[in-house]
Design a protein around this ligand. Structure first.
Ligand code: ADP
Ligand code: MG
Length: 339
């Protein structure tokens, strides 16, 4: 019998959880193609290495760039490769739970399910990302007790209030880790006349980036191309500057958190202020995010242990209750709106 599989189909990376084994695959959501023949050359790690350095006939793309399936065909091929990698090519097809952003439309939901089926799944179940994140963060979501989860990924930030196993209020915005990188590129151009690539911006974000003042200022020497001379140049950049660079996208995320809190029924807000806010996803690892959210909301905020794997772990844990789940569409927040 094929093993059940849980997939965190993230914009930055795909994590696959196999029942009884745990997370067995963690690779970037990237595919590389031959432009002329359309042939799939590489997926994951190997395709990632090609991003930005492909010769004319090869293109490397991130099919989930904005959190949903922007390139259906590529997503399906990528899923197929990953499913084969973990399940092998077997006559028994696995049952698969795929984690989707809570703001996803019905059409997008259908696309994820179809991609799963054509990629080799026997049955596809969907779980909302914040619900999976909460389960993975160790929250008991079944109780009538309000919890807030803020998941900041690569392409989307998902904010949700969860109670009784479902999403009560949520927001999903297309501002997350990728947009922080873009903000750094723009800042370096504007302030230092320096052109830096996305990889460099990401390194800066991880090394010296912060959204709340650090106890000690950090400096990084950043290499790029001078926009005035066209020649290589090195500029020393401080962590305080990074706060300026991030300001706009970070404010958008803070606004989204506020708007969800505003729409949340008072009883649940009271629960959240007792339970605190939990942050998950790689984007929440930018230094000081928990402090900023605590300062702005007055609610104690923590970053979940293993923030990057939370969603995959939660998806994996929900494999245990597959028997109780409805196949295909199970978007709890929408079902609630309809009833
Ligand atoms: N240590 C870190 N500090 C800051 N950002 C990080 C760190 N590790 C990962 N990230 C960022 O997290 C984002 C990916 O988060 P992830 O939760 O894996 O996304 P997704 O669920 O969309 O695949 C990327 O933008 C990456 O730059
Ligand atoms: Mg994610």
């Amino acid at each position: 019998m094929a093993k059940d599989i849980g997939i965190d189909l993230g914009t930055a990376s795909v994590l696959v959880f196999v029942r009884g084994k745990g997370i067995v695959l963690n690779e970037p959501s990237v595919v590389a193609l031959d432009k002329n023949t359309g042939k799939l050359l590489k997926v994951g790690e190997e395709a990632q290495a090609m991003l930005g350095r492909t010769p004319g006939n090869i293109i490397a793309i991130r099919p989930l760039r904005e959190g949903v399936i922007s390139d259906y065909d590529m997503t399906e091929r990528m899923l197929r490769e990953f499913i084969h990698k973990v399940a092998g090519v077997s006559v028994f097809k696995p049952r698969v739970i795929i984690c989707v952003p809570s703001g996803i439309t019905e059409v997008e939901e259908r696309a994820v399910i179809d991609a799963g089926i054509s990629a080799g799944a026997r049955k596809v179940y969907l779980i909302e990302e914040p619900v999976a994140a909460a389960i993975g963060a160790g929250i008991d979501i079944a109780k009538p007790d309000g919890h807030m989860v803020v998941d900041i990924g690569g392409g989307t930030a998902d904010i949700a209030v969860i109670s009784l196993g479902g999403v009560v209020e949520s927001a999903s915005i297309k501002i997350a880790g990728d947009q922080l990188n873009e903000a750094v590129v723009k800042y370096m151009r504007r302030k230092h006349n320096l052109l830096v690539g996305e990889r460099t911006a990401e390194e800066m974000k991880k090394q010296i980036g912060c959204v709340f003042p650090k106890d000690e200022e950090e400096i990084m020497d950043v290499k790029g191309r001078c926009l005035l001379t066209g020649l290589p140049k090195v500029v020393a950049v401080s962590s305080t500057e990074m706060m300026d660079a991030f300001e706009e996208p970070v404010e958008r995320i803070m606004e989204a958190i506020h708007s969800v809190l505003e729409r949340t029924p008072p009883e649940l807000v009271a629960d959240i202020s007792t339970n605190g806010i939990v942050m998950t996803g790689g984007g929440s690892l930018v230094s000081g995010f928990d402090k900023l959210v605590t300062a702005r909301t007055g609610i104690h905020t923590i970053i979940a242990e293993d923030a990057i794997s939370c969603v995959a772990l939660g998806t994996g844990m929900s494999l245990e209750t597959l028997g109780n789940m409805q196949e295909g569409t199970m978007n709890l927040s929408r079902r609630k709106q309809m009833s």
